[in-house]
Write a protein that binds this ligand. Structure first.
Ligand SMILES: [Zn+2]
Length: 317
């Protein structure tokens, strides 16, 4: 039933939407030396059992992107797929460091190409971009990326995010970055409480003062903090299949999403890296319904939260 209802997706990585077909196109076009040549090979690449294999696949896919123009293809394919799912509003996360600092691609040309693709879909879906500072890049490069984000509002950038290695690069390193972003009118999100405990979420909320938390599921470890999250109405972008596939949780039934909801924490449902996890937003809603974790009314409320906690709203539709 959720396929027919207009939806918003707030946590989806642009690079994590590259489909097997698009990957093969990129491999061929960019003459990538690899054994991956058929859809079957890609299927194998995407069938991992742990986080390290997922990471390897993600890095391989990212390395198949060689030009700024590739982002037009990737964005186009992503938007095509989202429109098929009746998603009318999306905030993709783009992580520039690998492409801009390592591969020397032009950041603004990448954004131009993302927007070229968006032009063709504007009457069906509204897109606002979030720029990921990437924890592993550290404080200094983080500032560089923030400066880029601040200069790219005309390309539809509305905020920043913080992904990457949560265990070794605590959010506190990025306090100044996030406060500056907020001061200058950007919205802020931070992945937290996925690989590290609830303290990581607490730092993101109390020090970085973020508007939304990516995942945040380990907040369940502390009852007092859950009350705080509920009281402050800081929404979590929950991505159940992602958590399952990276073994952060052992099953849908054991996912803390129900407890978070029951505690009054605001939940949005998202797909994270849909092609890598063999899922999509419709699927996330259907699974939670089928497994009896939420009923239809509750899921419609969660769906509505996607619009309520978005940093913009659907336009020109
Ligand atoms: Zn994510």
């Amino acid at each position: 039933m959720f396929a027919q209802i207009p939806k918003a997706e707030l946590h989806i990585h642009l690079e994590g939407t590259i489909s097997p077909e698009t990957l093969l196109t990129l491999i061929k076009k960019n003459k990538i030396q690899t054994e991956i040549q058929t859809l079957k090979d890609v299927e194998k690449l995407f069938s991992y059992e742990n986080f390290m294999d997922f990471l390897k696949a993600f890095i391989f896919v990212s390395n198949c992107i060689k030009t700024e123009k590739d982002f037009e293809l990737i964005t186009s394919k992503m938007l095509e797929e989202l429109v098929k799912q009746n998603i009318v509003y999306v905030e993709p996360i783009f992580s520039p460091p690998l492409f801009v600092y390592q591969k020397n691609l032009d950041y603004f040309k990448i954004l131009e190409n993302i927007n070229l693709a968006y032009e063709k879909f504007k009457n069906k879906i509204t897109m606002n971009l979030l720029i990921d500072l990437v924890r592993n890049c550290g404080e200094e490069l983080g500032f560089k990326t923030l400066e880029l984000a601040l200069k790219s509002r005309k390309f539809g950038v509305v905020g920043i995010n913080l992904g990457g290695d949560e265990s070794n690069f605590p959010a506190s390193i990025f306090e100044k970055h996030f406060l500056k972003a907020k001061n200058e009118g950007l919205k802020t999100c931070c992945h937290a409480g996925e690989w590290s405990d609830f303290e990581s979420v607490k730092t993101a909320v109390t020090k970085l003062k973020v508007d939304r938390i990516g995942h945040g599921i380990r907040s369940v470890e502390n009852e007092k903090f859950l009350d705080f999250l509920a009281e402050k109405q800081i929404p979590l972008e929950v991505c159940p299949t992602s958590n399952l596939k990276t073994q952060t949780v052992s099953s849908y039934e054991n996912h803390p999403i129900r407890k978070l909801y029951d505690k009054g924490v605001k939940i949005t449902l998202n797909s994270d890296d849909p092609t890598f996890f063999g899922s999509n937003l419709n699927n996330e809603f259907e699974i939670l319904l089928q497994k009896g974790i939420f009923n239809q009314t509750e899921l419609l409320e969660i769906l509505e939260n996607g619009f309520k906690f978005a940093f913009g709203k659907p336009e020109n539709l």
